[in-house]
Ligand binder design. Structure first.
Ligand code: ADP
Length: 321
């Protein structure tokens, strides 16, 4: 393989730049030409492409967001859109593609590969950590640390005023940002979509803790686990506590990637290019399992079912008592 392309697609995540940097430098190291495609599949269809050199990705490893920009592209979900994308790749002589993105982006990569025989490698870049075939995704560690820093600040002020606080965090249908930041931040309650919870029980427990003299409590709510306003209203009414609500929002998506995300991005990037070069390999999702970098054919990766981390849930239950 002589020419490869790299793009970032879907929701942005800290560490995407570090991954693109690793892809570019690995490709150059092995003597390949590498093209950066801007705005994900949209740029692939419209030909927003520039050649990247080793120095094009200088001063990138520490930056959040994605310098290649990202987009959502409806046209690419249809065969005709993908045909235009394949034509662009052919015009540039690009034989292999690295796609940094989430589940949707991987489905697009698989379709492009199936329909037009373009070898694609997917690097999981999403703060949600909602891809079951891999233990970690790029951006998750940074997002959790951003949440943690907010929780630390909130604890200080909540403690001073004897208040209860609910922090809503991202994660779509996946509760891992809430679970990890809740445990690391010492939250008393962690509400996620994976484990059913009973607001009556939580209200009772808040009343009991007030009677014990504990006046400040922290609840971390995953966005997919309920409505922040409704939960706050219910607990105010039934537990008679002063509740402050914090919706962290997009601040969780930004920021300089942590060491863990930079290392992961680097390992993923090197492996993605090596898989493209390997004549025996097929289009695959790159991931990490038990600290080993893996490459799993897309079909197989999509079939892996998410498992609830019962050990961490148990730990959070034990420690919040
Ligand atoms: P993420 O990659 O973060 O999950 P999206 O779900 O928005 O983000 O997907 C990013 C892009 O990938 C979409 O805008 C679309 O172009 C493409 N895509 C998503 N789902 C599919 C699909 N089922 N088939 C083909 N392309 C898809």
């Amino acid at each position: 393989m002589k020419k490869i392309g790299v793009l970032t697609s879907g929701g942005d995540a800290p560490g995407m730049n570090a991954a693109v940097r690793a892809v570019v430098r690995t490709a150059r190291y092995y003597g390949m030409q590498v093209y950066g495609i801007e705005r994900g599949y949209e740029g692939l269809i419209s030909g927003q492409i520039t050649e990247l050199e080793t120095r094009s990705v200088s001063d990138m490893i520490q930056r959040g967001g994605t310098f290649l920009k990202t987009a959502r592209c409806k046209e690419f979900t249809e065969l005709e859109g993908r045909r235009k994308a394949a034509d662009t790749l052919e015009a540039y002589g690009i034989e292999g593609l690295v796609v940094v993105g989430g589940d949707g982006s991987f489905r697009g990569a698989k379709d492009l590969s199936d329909d037009f025989g373009i070898k694609c490698m997917g690097i999981p870049g999403t703060i949600d950590k909602d891809l079951a075939y891999t233990d970690y995704t790029l951006g998750f560690d940074t997002a959790v640390n951003t949440v943690l820093s907010a929780i630390n600040n909130l604890r200080d002020t909540m403690q001073s005023h004897d208040r209860v606080c609910i922090v809503e965090v991202m994660g779509r249908h996946c509760g891992d940002i809430a679970l990890y930041s809740g445990i690391a931040g010492g939250a008393e309650y962690i509400l996620t979509p994976e484990i059913p919870y009973d607001l009556n029980e939580i209200a009772k427990s808040l009343v009991k803790s007030k009677l014990r003299g504990k006046t400040s409590n922290m609840l971390v709510l995953a966005e997919g686990a309920g409505n922040l306003e409704e939960i706050a209203a219910f607990l105010t009414e039934h537990a008679h506590v002063d509740i402050k609500r914090t919706h962290l929002g997009h601040v969780q998506r930004g920021g300089s990637p942590t060491m863990a995300d930079r290392i992961l991005a680097t390992r993923f990037g090197v492996r993605a290019v090596e898989e493209l070069m390997n004549e025996k390999s097929v289009s695959s999702a790159i991931g990490i399992k038990e600290n080993k970098i893996i490459a799993m054919p897309f079909e197989q990766a999509f079939a892996v079912k998410r498992e609830t981390n019962t050990e961490l849930y148990n730990a959070s239950k034990i420690l919040s008592k």
